[in-house]
Design a protein around this ligand. Sequence first.
Ligand code: CDP
Ligand code: MG
Length: 246
Amino acid sequence: MTNQNLEHTLVLIKPDALKNSLTGYVLSQLSEYHAGLRFAGSKIVNVPRMLAEEHYAEHRAKPFYFSLIDFIRGRDQYPDAPEKRRVIALVYQGVDAVQKVRDIAGPTDPHVARETRPGCVRALGSVVPVKDADGNVIGHRMDNLIHASATVPEAEREIKLWFKPTDIPPLMRPYETVTCDQSYYYQEGQLFTEYAADRTLLVAPGACVWKTDLEVLNAINEGATPAYTLEAVASKYVVNERPEED
Ligand code: CDP
Ligand code: MG
């Protein structure tokens, strides 16, 4: 395997796959042997609103957006059982990993997937109506079992959004890391360098962090314009810290 073609991609096994007990099926479709890829990271995530909104930021203006946020957070599948709201997040590594996993997933729309690519994972998905507060149908949402990064740059953004470097074995880490030399905390959209009650520790001196994340934190701390948002750095550190309240 040459490093030139070595790619990484983010896979999410979405809450509809968990609800329908299709996790084993999805993982077997993604088997290392058949895909020719290697698992580099995995975690079970109770998806905080902040992470869902960052992940789907490009869809903010779409009619299905709010419904999509509820869906990826498992609120639709488990309205009365918050403890069951999870996704399985994976980093998959290998030659042409991005396109290979997109091919295994298939078209975004499950109806199109069934028509054009029977046998792909998303062919087992469903399309559900999206309603406004009065119950009128205002669009449709595609519940398609699996997320797969669409491009190499998107994969980098998404892997850094969901995974800390230390979630991935050192020899499999795709992006540059640095050692942090100060503490940063997060609370309600703001960055702090000192601890206080209800602030979440993001990084401490000695922590191994994505280089670009530390650049973002330092820029915000210095009042400069960061390359991406504080939420994109903080999301993975607040994951599984405490139950979400909504
Ligand atoms: O996931 P993919 O990259 O194939 O599609 P996308 O256009 O980036 O949309 C992200 C996700 O939003 C999809 O996987 C669907 O779950 C959802 N979506 C939807 O519900 N309705 C649409 N018209 C388009 C996307
Ligand atoms: Mg996409």
